[in-house]
Design a protein around this ligand. Structure first.
Ligand code: PMP
Length: 398
């Protein structure tokens, strides 16, 4: 039946990777491959109470169809938070609630990308975004990420060489997968380049509040003067991913079009959940909750960095993120992290990571991998990195 599938879904064969993920779920393995929050940190009782209160207060109306853009009082709270936490002035009319940040990425891709339209992605980038973009069959231009975020010099030459580029996708805060944060200077340069070359920017920032050290940088959208930046974020990493609730902040013409697209896809996000999140925010201090999870995640990040410093060979490099979920490891040139995982790391060390190639649109870079630390205990972090380090010591010595 596969021969009847649309071409767009056949574009990338992920069967190798699916196999790796399947194996990594085996309980005898320590998996650094996922991107999960620590479930012990979900505010389970407070959310349970918030759902009950939301239903009690709204009565039967809560179970009725509601607006596509989403519950007004929650959009208002998000607009207020955008001002205080991201330096972005927005009204509730410029906010739409979505089913996670993932749906927001898909909606923006659907709005801007005709088949073979040109867009910029970071190299590496969030593989779930590549999966969403792939179904619109764009032409990718990859711009590398260094320790200050997307390389804006390379972006400038790419835009000059390809004036047909329409959209730039970036994860500026605690980047998935490298953990790096884009400097304020580069954010300003990025907006100036988008203005100069008439390009839209998709700023995807679900990790923004998860800062363990250093000072926050304003969102890219803070520097936006022409309505070119579409900001998206999510409650997945700060409350729970099962709520499947994210949001988009966009200028009115873009917002109007996105509301139309969402209406055609799912009519609205589940209103009961939106009302429960609204209640949670009205009666709990989410910043205190975030401070608690940041304290726990800081301990896990530090445990992983300590283990990497101790057990990894000196020919291997890795990032030292100030927040977020991930550390990026760079192996010496010529090493294929995916083959290494399949042939040695999983069968011998019983450890899993996400290899580089599936996190590059070009699929060409192979000598790296992503490690997650938020979902594991510090004991598993340490012993998993030790096991991985032992394998790398022997593999890289030959
Ligand atoms: N963007 C980035 C950069 C992510 O890492 C993720 C989740 N891993 C998402 C978007 C989507 O998350 P959700 O749909 O749960 O909000």
């Amino acid at each position: 039946m596969k021969n009847l599938f649309a071409e767009r879904v056949l574009r990338n064969d992920t069967s190798d990777l699916n196999e790796i993920f399947k194996n990594s779920r085996n309980p005898e393995n320590i998996s650094f491959a996922g991107g999960f929050p620590d479930k012990q940190l979900f505010p389970t009782q407070a959310l349970k109470a918030a759902y009950a209160r939301a239903i009690d207060q709204a009565g039967p109306a809560i179970f009725q169809y509601a607006s596509t853009q989403g519950l007004l009082s929650l959009r208002q709270k998000i607009a207020d938070r955008m001002a205080t936490h991201a330096g972005v002035q927005a009204t509730a009319a410029n906010v739409m609630l979505t089913q996670g940040g993932q749906q927001a990425i898909d909606l923006v891709a659907k709005l801007f990308l005709n088949r073979s339209d040109a867009m910029v992605v970071e190299g590496p980038t969030y593989m779930g975004a590549l999966a969403a973009f792939d179904t619109y069959e764009p032409t990718y231009y990859e711009v590398p990420v260094d320790k200050h975020g997307m390389d804006t010099d390379r972006l400038r030459t790419t835009l000059a060489a390809h004036p047909e580029i329409k959209l730039i996708y970036t994860v500026p805060d605690f980047h998935n997968p490298t953990g790096t944060t884009m400097s304020a200077k580069r954010r300003q340069t990025l907006v100036a380049l988008a203005n100069q070359y008439n390009v839209m920017i998709l700023e995807d920032s679900p990790y923004r509040d998860l800062r363990y050290s250093g000072k926050a940088v304003p969102a890219i959208k803070h520097y936006d003067t022409e309505g070119r930046v579409i900001f998206i974020s999510s409650f997945s990493k700060i409350l729970s991913p099962a709520l499947r609730t994210g949001w988009i902040v966009a200028a009115t013409p873009v917002m109007d079009a996105l509301v139309g697209l969402k209406s055609a896809i799912d009519v609205q996000s589940p209103n009961v959940t939106l009302a429960a999140i609204d209640q949670y925010l009205a009666t709990n201090d989410i910043d205190a909750h975030i401070a608690t999870i940041n304290q726990q995640y800081r301990v896990k990040r530090d445990a992983m960095l300590r283990a990497l410093d101790r057990y990894f060979p000196s020919t291997v490099n890795y990032t030292r993120p100030a927040g977020g979920f991930f550390i990026w490891v760079t192996l010496p040139a010529g090493i294929d992290a995916q083959a290494l995982l399949r042939d040695v790391v999983l069968p011998q060390a019983h450890v899993a990571y996400v290899p580089a190639s599936c996190q590059f649109a070009s699929r060409q870079v192979k000598n790296g991998f992503r490690l997650n630390y938020t979902s594991l205990s510090t004991a598993d972090i340490t012993s998993g990195v030790q096991r991985l380090g032992r394998i790398l010591q022997t593999q890289l010595a030959v």
